[in-house]
Design a protein around this ligand. Structure first.
Ligand SMILES: [Fe+2]
Length: 455
């Protein structure tokens, strides 16, 4: 939730910020100051501010923070209907803790006021409305009578259990409600900013936010239980949460580092040969353009790009004397070269972050008519990403010099790719490739070598 409002995104962020300010002002009039007020704001304020510091960037997309757990706890404790506390005053306390949590760090690092306000609104609006929802439907405090008077006596057990089950059901609905509003707000903002459809961004973000929500609402519940036993005991949660944060962060850092190492290795393989320097990066750019032309979802395009960057990683097993051989390869040498898709898939398949890429790498030398390698798969049995890589790879290879031949030139490369439609290449991928070339102007000027533009 740290997007910087920009361009056409501004009206959306402005509207959201105004809604957040209106909510804060309205709820502010309903704050009820009593002896507990300062202690509650202090405890939950410290927890919220601390939790907001611990943001973990996920490898694929999005950010995880444990702050939402604190906000769920606020909803349960402050918004539960009880004597001396109104529905609006409970929502007001929740909103003020969220305001404190989301703004303090950003103010201290001197972020621009509109970014601070917009990010605060992204959390204040969904969770305040969630607090009103919970307060309206919940049946009194979460534990009533207090947890210490629990007994197995049926006259106490049955109403006690019914009460808790009802409140837990309302809590699950509140978490779902907050999730829905929160992810809708974040997805809508990103969709406008990136020019993507709301549904697409929603789909990508859901994978992250769903896990966040599922894990954090029980944590919020745990905080509420601890608070009811002894308010200050909540501070004891900080050390285990620090340990949890550090463990998750080390894990995600490790995944990123492992992937970066593999990409560096693949780039080093490209560099082994002066003719293939930066080849993978150029194939990645062209494949992404083809993917977008085919209207693939952005996360699928990213996956294809990522696979392109390491598609020839398996050439690490091919000796220099074969890779750099100026003449045609012998049958045995070609057999060695043909192993590189499987070797690349095997190496990258060991990495958690490269599972999808490994499959695309394995089949990037299959042909549409089934005469390729390593398995001789045909048509739709070859993953679409591999069929796209195949066209982009062939175009970049043909327009560059090789040890055994000169560049074929753009015109001849385009002609050969058209000629391979339905035999070597998937016809619809070739059509998308042609459309990309036309858009880039490459198709109209076949006499000049503009292969660089396609990379
Ligand atoms: Fe290859």
């Amino acid at each position: 939730m740290s997007d910087k409002p920009q361009g056409q995104n501004i009206p959306f962020h402005l509207a959201l910020t105004l809604l957040g300010i209106a909510l804060i002002v309205f709820l502010g009039f309903h704050l009820r100051y009593n002896s507990q007020f300062l202690l509650q704001i202090a405890i939950f304020g410290v927890l919220a501010v601390t939790a907001e510091q611990w943001q973990i960037k996920l490898p694929r997309q999005g950010v995880v923070t444990v702050a939402d757990a604190v906000y769920y706890a606020c909803i349960i404790i402050f918004a539960s209907p009880s004597e001396g506390s109104s529905l609006l005053s409970g929502a007001a306390k929740t909103a003020f803790v969220i305001l404190l949590g989301t703004t303090l760090r950003r103010v201290l690092i001197r972020q621009k006021w509109y970014i601070v306000a917009s990010n605060a609104a992204q959390a204040v609006v969904p969770f305040s409305i969630g607090a009103l929802f919970y307060g309206y439907f919940a049946a009194g405090p979460l534990f009533f009578p207090p947890i210490e008077s629990f007994s197995w006596n049926p006259s106490i057990l049955i109403p006690y259990s019914t009460h808790i089950v009802r409140n837990l059901a309302i809590l699950v609905m509140t978490a779902g409600f907050c999730f829905f509003l929160n992810s809708a707000v974040v997805s809508f903002g990103k969709a406008i900013q990136q020019g993507l459809s709301f549904g697409e961004v929603w789909y990508i973000n859901n994978n992250t936010i769903k896990i966040n929500m599922l894990m954090l609402s029980p944590l919020g519940l745990m905080m509420a239980v601890l608070y009811q036993i002894e308010p200050l005991s909540l501070l004891l949660l900080i050390p285990p949460l620090v340990v949890m944060y550090r463990s998750i962060k080390s894990y995600t850092d490790l995944l990123e580092e492992a992937k970066a190492t593999i990409e560096a290795l693949a780039a080093a393989v490209d560099k082994r040969n002066e003719y293939t320097f930066q080849h993978s990066e150029k194939v990645a750019t062209l494949a992404a353009d083809i993917g977008r032309e085919l209207k693939l979802k952005e996360f699928e395009v990213e996956k294809i790009k990522s696979a392109c960057r390491i598609h020839d990683l398996g050439k690490v097993s091919v000796p220099d004397r074969i890779l750099k051989k100026p003449g045609p390869l012998t049958e045995e040498e070609f057999r060695t070269v043909k192993q590189h898709p499987s070797v690349g898939a095997e190496v990258s398949g060991h990495l958690t972050l490269c599972q999808d890429e490994a499959e695309l790498i394995r089949y990037h030398h299959e042909r549409y008519d089934g005469t390729g390698y390593p398995e001789g798969r045909a048509g739709e049995a070859i993953p679409l990403g591999s069929r796209i890589i195949s066209v982009a790879d062939a175009f970049d290879a043909m327009t560059k010099e090789r040890p055994y031949r000169k560049s074929l030139g753009v015109e001849e490369a385009l002609r050969r790719i058209e000629g391979g439609k339905g035999t070597q290449f998937d016809p619809k991928v070739v059509e998308a490739f042609t459309a990309v070339m036309k858009k880039q102007g490459t198709w109209k000027k076949p006499e000049s070598d503009t292969a660089g533009r396609a990379s």
